[in-house]
Write a protein that binds this ligand. Structure first.
Ligand code: HEC
Length: 149
C-alpha cells in the first residue's frame, strides 16, 4: 500500500513539472504575441491603410514593443523543453544551446526602436520604422524560431 502511494506521488509530481514547463512555454509565446499585436495588429495595419494613421497610437505601439522586447532575455531564460499545445511557432532548442547568441539578437531590435522613437509623423515614416524593426526581429527568428505547422 505504502509503495503504491509513493508511486502515485511520483506521478503527480511528474505531472506538476510538465504543467510548469507548459506554463513557461506559454509565457514565452504570450510575450511574442504581445509584441506581434503591436507590430502587426497596429503598426503594419496603419502602414497598409487597414486602420487610419494615428500618431499617438503608433507611438504607443512602439513604446509597448520596446517594453516587451526588454523582457525577452529573462522570459526565455528557462528551457521548457516543449512547445505550446497546438502552436504554429516554437522555440528552437538552439536558444538554450547558445543563449548568449540568442540574447545578442535583442540589442539590435532595441537600437532600431530607439532610432525611430519620437520620429513618427506620417505613414511614410511609420513604414520605414516598421521595416527597420521587423528586419531585426527576423534576424532572431531565422535561427531561433521554428515553424511547427
Ligand atoms: C532574441 C530573439 C527574438 C527576437 C528579437 C524576437 N523574437 Fe519573436 N520569437 C522568438 C522565438 C524563439 C519564437 C518562437 C517561440 C514562441 O513563439 O514563443 C518567436 C515567436 C514569434 C511569433 C510567433 C508567435 C506565435 O506563436 O504565434 C511572433 C509573431 C513574433 N515572434 C514576433 C516578433 C516580433 C514582431 C519581434 C520584433 C519586434 C520579435 N518577435 C523579436 C524569438 C525572438
Amino acid at each position: 500500500m505504502k509503495r503504491t502511494m509513493i508511486v502515485a506521488g511520483t506521478i503527480l509530481l511528474g505531472a506538476g513539472a510538465v504543467m510548469a514547463q507548459q506554463e513557461i512555454a506559454v509565457q514565452q509565446d504570450n510575450l511574442m504575441r504581445a509584441i506581434a499585436k503591436n507590430q502587426y495588429g497596429v503598426i503594419q495595419k496603419m502602414t497598409k491603410g487597414d486602420i487610419p494613421f494615428d500618431k499617438k497610437a503608433a507611438d504607443q505601439a512602439i513604446a509597448s514593443i520596446e517594453a516587451d522586447v526588454a523582457k525577452i532575455a529573462k522570459t526565455f531564460e528557462v528551457n521548457p523543453k516543449q512547445d505550446v499545445v497546438d502552436a504554429t511557432y516554437g522555440a528552437s532548442q538552439k536558444v538554450w544551446q547558445n543563449k548568449a547568441d540568442f540574447d545578442s539578437k535583442i540589442p539590435p531590435v532595441q537600437k532600431a526602436i530607439a532610432d525611430v522613437k519620437g520620429k513618427i509623423k506620417d505613414v511614410a515614416s511609420l513604414k520605414a520604422a516598421y521595416t527597420a524593426i521587423n528586419d531585426r526581429c527576423s534576424d532572431c527568428h531565422e535561427t531561433y524560431r521554428v515553424k511547427l505547422k
